[in-house]
Design a protein around this ligand. Structure first.
Ligand SMILES: [Cu+2]
Length: 310
């Protein structure tokens, strides 16, 4: 149930999506900015019952929600060395959660993201009988990292509900110079109708919305991603986690989390070149999208930056 570990270093090829379209109506999506409860005890009243992963209720920046808690992560990890990272998810009754409903084939997805978005690892930890998860983290560079877990309890008060809990971990040391200076959410966005990134191994991915419309924070949009290599459409995508590509997004400003849901049907080892996603970015700002796809049994990761309007 695991796939090869991947460490990803950004290339400086991502451009911001900046379009103008009338579809963007009134701004002021009041209420979309959920209060942060990071580090605080389970706070009654932060939950909004009845919502699920298709309508993210939080930005994933808290280690606790509804009494569920991400616990046991180390405060620090050694730099530039592989680490086995262990943690637990505890239920409102304080006991570790041991039963999970798989989502995209996995009972729990783990993401490690460096605060400047120059590091990204997507892992599938193993679960011990006592509810302890262990993730094989590949040598993190010094800096502040945020570790995300996404999961759905198979029983208890949170049964059937998708949770995103996260916590920060410090990797001491001198941070290397960032190859892509901060993702600069305040930089003027280029007036380009498409955004493109190239993976270190030569795949080019391009994202666009139908009709070239802007993405509005808090609203669902269709997002089409096209994969090519050497100028030719790629049509040999293999299924990866029951899709042809896995897409997660983190807001540059605060690492708020969003998972974008694939809509393309999987029919064998010949996916592409076009993939369609349901994109809903909960807050305005610049978002870094990590697209993972598989060809020839190799996993590729591309990073794109796009803007969600408020
Ligand atoms: Cu995963």
């Amino acid at each position: 149930m695991t796939h090869p570990r991947r460490t990803f270093a950004l290339t400086a090829s991502a451009a911001a999506l900046a379009l103008t379209l009338a579809a963007c109506g009134s701004s002021g999506m009041a209420g979309m900015d959920m209060p942060r409860t990071s580090g605080s005890p389970a706070a009654p009243g932060t939950a909004m019952p009845g919502m699920d992963m298709s309508a993210p209720e939080t930005d994933g920046l808290s280690d606790t929600l509804d009494g569920y808690r991400l616990t046991g992560l180390p405060a620090t990890l050694p730099a530039d060395r592989d680490s086995a990272v262990s943690f637990r998810i505890t239920a409102p009754d304080g006991n570790p959660v041991t039963g999970y409903t798989p989502e995209q084939t996995e009972p729990l997805h783990f993401y490690a993201v460096r605060s400047d978005l120059t590091g990204f690892q997507h892992l599938h930890p193993t679960l011990a009988a006592d509810g302890t998860w262990t993730a094989p983290l590949t040598a993190p560079q010094p800096g502040t990292w945020r570790f995300f877990t996404t999961f759905t309890p198979s029983s208890g008060p949170g049964q059937g509900k998708g949770y995103v809990l996260s916590s920060t971990v410090t990797v001491p040391g001198t941070a290397p110079a960032s190859p892509t200076a901060p993702t600069a959410p305040t930089a003027p966005a280029p007036a380009s109708p498409a955004l493109t990134a190239t993976t270190p191994d030569g795949y080019t991915v391009t994202a666009a919305t139908p009709g070239g419309g802007e993405l509005m924070a808090g609203m669902p949009h269709q997002l089409t991603i096209t994969v090519s290599k050497d100028g030719k459409p790629v049509t040999d995508l293999q299924p990866y986690l029951e899709t042809y590509a896995h897409l997660t997004a983190f807001r540059a400003q605060d690492l708020a989390f969003a998972h974008l849901h694939p809509q393309t049907q999987v029919t064998g080892d010949h996916g592409g070149p076009e993939l369609t996603f349901q994109a809903e970015l909960p807050k305005p700002g610049a978002w870094r999208l990590f697209l993972q796809f598989r060809t020839d049994d190799t996993l590729h990761t591309a990073a794109l930056t796009l803007d969600a309007k408020g």
